[in-house]
Design a protein around this ligand. Structure first.
Ligand code: BGP
Length: 476
């Protein structure tokens, strides 16, 4: 018999900009996601300063969840979902980010969506900022490198907590906040912080500054959310990608440890309410004179999260490459192939045990409940002769990860709140900006060129997952 909680939150996860479409409906403003190119044929996605004719912008229509949400929520209910994770598009509520008043049509859309979910006893799990900051905050203020964004974000969060009080209990502040440690990448910086790599600028310093403002904003939002409704459960959202040493050579082990510290200090701040000891000395050594005030440090201490939400797709491996005692970790050029693991078509190392490892890593440090809010296998699905999608590769991936998740609960005593696999309905991939990298239990007829009827149909994994939920994880 399963040791999972009786009220375990089985469900699925998406983000507004990857499925809603309706990018100009109901007074919505332009977000960074709306003006990013698709990254065809390995070309990284980039930000444009507008909508260029001939460019592929699949986010604009996406799968039109905006117009199909009733049908889609019904399909989630058919699978037995207990919860559904999505984000509130900041630009539906504050089209420019710095508007004096929120946009009623945007607020109403999420009211209707949450009501529809509650009809089927599906609990909303809401991310406040998921790679979709208002573009106006980038052009006018320079994104999260500007302290002013703290006030804009906190106002947005407060409006949401008040408006959806009684409808939403589970919240997260910033999606995969720690991915910006990849500060050599425009994509990582733009999606997290509204920044691009500036030649000649020390982007590592900029990343630490922007992250600090985001963490202060997050802590203030946590405090506000608790004041407005003490029942609110407000978590962080961390991309857990464990980094293993390539060998047992002590320098490799030290390198991996320092790499973990460099990627996961965000969790220290979110959960412990303070920076870890290596950071002030790191900032000093690098001459990073950051804008971190005493008041900020108090805010961080008082705004710690209730749970750790995290995504898990893969692990990485590293060897010592730095002969200085600092073991300086630069994410973009540090990883090496793990000889024991297979990789997906996109080079993501498939590592179910890494999920259990990551859960233990969090548990040892923070002693907080955990919530796996993303996990999944992106693949190109082919329609078989019988007109169906037989996605046994997806079932296999999910089964092996759920097995490890159960071991973490049963053998390691980890308090796990729920599991929401990523992209439970096919949507636009964040990394490629295309439709063809699919995660869904539900197929959506739309291709990379934007053609298709948008018709929804269950894949084999739909029926498999339905049974997993019905048996509370016993039958895999
Ligand atoms: C995470 C993001 C999601 C999502 C997922 C899969 O990083 O939180 O938004 O898209 O990864 O990534 P991709 O779409 O690139 O396959």
């Amino acid at each position: 018999m399963t040791k999972l909680r009786k009220d375990f939150l089985w469900g699925g996860a998406v983000a507004a900009h990857q499925l809603e479409g309706g990018w100009q409906e109901g007074g919505k403003g332009v977000s960074v996601a709306d003006i990013m190119t698709a990254g065809a044929n390995g070309v990284p996605r980039r930000i444009t300063n507008g909508v260029l004719p001939g460019e592929n912008y699949p986010n604009h229509e996406a799968i039109d969840f905006y117009g199909h949400y009733k049908e889609d929520v019904k399909l989630f209910a058919d699978m037995g979902f207990k919860c559904f994770r999505t984000s509130i598009a900041w630009t539906r509520i504050f089209p420019n980010g710095d508007d004096a008043e929120p946009n009623e049509a945007g607020l109403k859309f999420y009211d209707d969506l949450f009501d529809e979910m509650h009809k089927y006893n599906i609990e909303p799990v809401i991310t406040l900022s998921h790679f979709e900051i208002p573009y106006h905050l980038v052009t006018e203020y320079g994104g999260w490198s500007n302290r002013k964004l703290i006030d804009f974000f906190v106002k947005f969060a407060e409006v949401c907590f008040k408006r959806y009080q009684g409808k939403v209990k589970y919240w997260m502040t910033f999606n995969e906040i720690n991915n910006q440690t990849n500060y050599d990448s425009d994509f990582a910086l733009m999606t997290n912080s509204g920044l691009t790599v500036q030649p000649g600028e020390d982007m590592e310093r900029t990343m630490y500054q922007a992250s600090h403002y985001e963490l202060v904003a997050s802590a203030l939002a946590v405090q506000k959310g608790h004041e407005i409704d003490p029942d609110n459960q407000i978590g962080c959202m961390i991309a857990m990608v464990p980094i293993y040493p390539l060998t047992s050579k002590p320098a490799d082990i030290m390198m991996a440890e320092k790499a973990m510290q460099s990627r996961y200090w965000f969790t220290d701040v979110h959960c412990n309410g303070r920076y870890p000891s290596w950071m002030p000395v790191f900032f000093e050594r690098h001459g990073y004179n950051l804008d971190i005030t005493e008041t900020d440090l108090d805010v961080l201490a008082e705004g710690t999260v209730d749970y750790i939400g995290f995504s898990y797709y893969m692990s990485n491996t590293i060897e010592d490459h730095d002969d200085s005692p600092e073991y300086h970790y630069v994410e973009s050029n540090n990883h090496t192939k793990n000889p024991y693991l297979e990789e997906s078509e996109w080079g993501w190392a498939v590592d179910p045990e890494g999920l259990r490892y990551g859960m233990n890593w969090f548990n040892d440090r923070y002693h907080l409940p955990q919530f796996i809010v993303e996990n999944g296998f992106g693949a190109v699905d082919k329609i078989a002769e019988d007109g169906k999608i037989h996605d046994d590769y997806r079932i296999d991936y999910l089964r092996r990860h759920i097995e490890q998740m159960k071991l973490a609960v049963e053998y390691d005593g980890i308090d796990l709140m729920g599991y929401t696999p990523w992209g439970c309905i096919d949507l636009v991939s964040a990394g490629t900006g295309q439709m063809s990298k699919r995660y869904g239990f539900i197929y959506v007829d739309k291709d990379d060129e934007g053609n298709g009827t948008l018709a929804r149909s269950p894949k084999d994994s739909f029926y498999w997952y339905k049974n997993v939920i019905a048996s509370n994880g016993d039958e895999l």
